[in-house]
Ligand binder design. Structure first.
Ligand code: DC
Length: 213
């Protein structure tokens, strides 16, 4: 049996950075599940469609080819928004559920464990995960982090606009009927508002080591 670490939380909470570092630390495989939703939303956009159109989104989810993901295109603000729109559809979620579970149970590269990050890993994708973390931070701090990232990649979006996006994404991700974003009952909460990446990482390792000992 593989060891599964589930990391959930809202946009720009720091969960991705944390999950990637944890996977490297424990020698586990890493899956950023937001990538899958972003790829579905972006594939609809790239074909000129509206990601909120269920027929287009479901067809894109069923046709998802991970080898064709355009990393730069899925990291834009627009792709994040499109991901959040397609993610409300139960059929889209069902289409990519199997891939996520299979990754957790049979981590690629013969690794003995997997770290998955997303919104519903601890609640729906891997409810039996060995350790669950729910990573949060205030909307203002998350908006600043995301804005700095976007600015670094050449975007001229304002910080106020990013804060608005973050709040809108939170409301949609937590308010949807299908697998809403929420901490699992047995998740450890990690608020990174006032923590550096180093401190947050140290705290996560402490929680995981204690849970697995
Ligand atoms: O983590 P992210 O910003 O890359 O995620 C993009 C969107 O994908 C997010 O707003 C909601 C959706 N998502 C989801 O519904 N469930 C997941 N496990 C991961 C992402």
């Amino acid at each position: 049996m593989s060891i599964v670490i589930a990391i959930d939380g809202p946009a720009a909470s720091g969960k991705g950075t944390l999950a990637r570092r944890l996977a490297a630390h424990y020698g586990f495989a890493y899956l950023d599940t937001g990538t899958l939703y972003r790829a579905v939303g972006q594939s609809v956009r790239a074909a000129g469609g509206n990601p909120a159109d269920p027929a287009l989104a479901i067809a894109a989810a069923n046709a998802l080819d991970l080898s064709k993901i355009d990393e730069a295109a899925i990291r834009t603000r627009e792709a994040g928004e499109a991901a959040s729109l397609v993610a409300v559809m139960p059929e889209v979620r069902a289409a990519i559920l199997h891939f996520q579970r299979d990754f957790a149970l049979n981590p690629p590269g013969g690794k003995r464990g997997a770290v998955l990050d997303g919104r519903d890993i601890g609640t729906v994708v891997c409810p039996e995960a060995d350790v669950k973390l729910f990573v949060t931070a205030s909307p203002e701090v998350r908006a600043r982090r995301r804005w700095l990232e976007l600015k670094g990649s050449g975007s001229s979006v304002s910080e106020a606009q990013v804060l608005e996006d973050v709040k809108e994404r939170d409301a949609r991700d937590a308010g949807r009927a299908a697998s809403p974003m929420k901490p699992a009952a047995d998740a450890h909460l990690l608020d990174t508002t006032d923590l550096s990446i180093e401190t947050a990482f140290g705290e996560a390792v402490r929680i995981i080591d204690k849970s697995m000992s």
